[in-house]
Design a protein around this ligand. Sequence first.
Ligand code: MRU
Length: 337
Amino acid sequence: MSPREPLRPVLYDDGRDLVRLLDQRKLPGEESWLELSAADAVADAIKTLAVRGAPAIGVAAAYGVAVEARRGAGPAQLRRVAAMLEKARPTAVNLAWAVRRISARLEAGPDALLAEAHAIRDEDEAACRKMGALGAPLLARGATVLTHCNAGALATAGYGTALGVVRAAHEAGNPVRVLAGETRPFFQGARLTAWELHRDGIPVTVLTDGMAGWLMQRGEIQCVVVGADRIARNGDVANKIGTYGLAVLAAYHRLPFYVAAPWSTVDLETATGADIPIEERPSDEVVLIGTQRIAPQGVLARYPAFDVTPAALVTALITERGLVRPVGAEALAALSG
Ligand code: MRU
């Protein structure tokens, strides 16, 4: 991949019938692609975070169904495959949304299923570009923007949600700078956000997760822009663990807190944030860095992978259908069409 070529982490090789995933576990040290010919391998890539980020796992799962169809699976087998993929991770609703969308076409045949998966991919990238166009004007000239986890091209079909807003501002000539929380425990900020912004020539500095409050107090941050894994009907936002703390800090310091997410992240069937299932990941992902143990043998760690930010702390939602401000059930219902 040459620098500045658009970054698209989930692809499908139509000629060889392979799902191609940029292996995000190996970044930033190594750019290597997985080539997968079966849905269970795609599910495993989702579970182990080779592909991660709410929209990206939805696209990967859709290709997981398509690859099985193209390799000869019939509707009954595809239904089992779809159910297995949908369960791979619980919090990001884009996964279930994409699997259900492609599952509605299981009888249509392999070519139609692949076309549907391509459409899910293309529409996600287009949504990200639209969110970028709508969100970029919210960033003051030369603003320092704090983001969390990776809500960039790597987390989507391409361009990114939160980082799509930053990219669009940068492309429009706004000299924005980004502070990327390292995002303990899995370092998506330090490894992935820093990598993709640096690759695109957008100034980025990594912070440990505990530094944001102090920098806000010193006036060194102008706004926060994050992505989302699921937005409930009342506007509550589930996103990577640590997001809620940043929202509280932003409110205390009277800084705008923006959430950028495609409509596929909005789950009108889930009433409030309290109803969103929160994934718990294994203790070892906290107490090990690579293979190095950082806590005493015998001590366990908690790892809720996401938290919920109440709608009241979100200044605006940036979706491809428009800005939602103030955030709440009424405004979301109005956009739901
Ligand atoms: O556990 P991850 O890396 O899949 O979590 C991803 C996030 O929480 C992102 O911030 C979120 O999915 C938004 S992605 C556009």
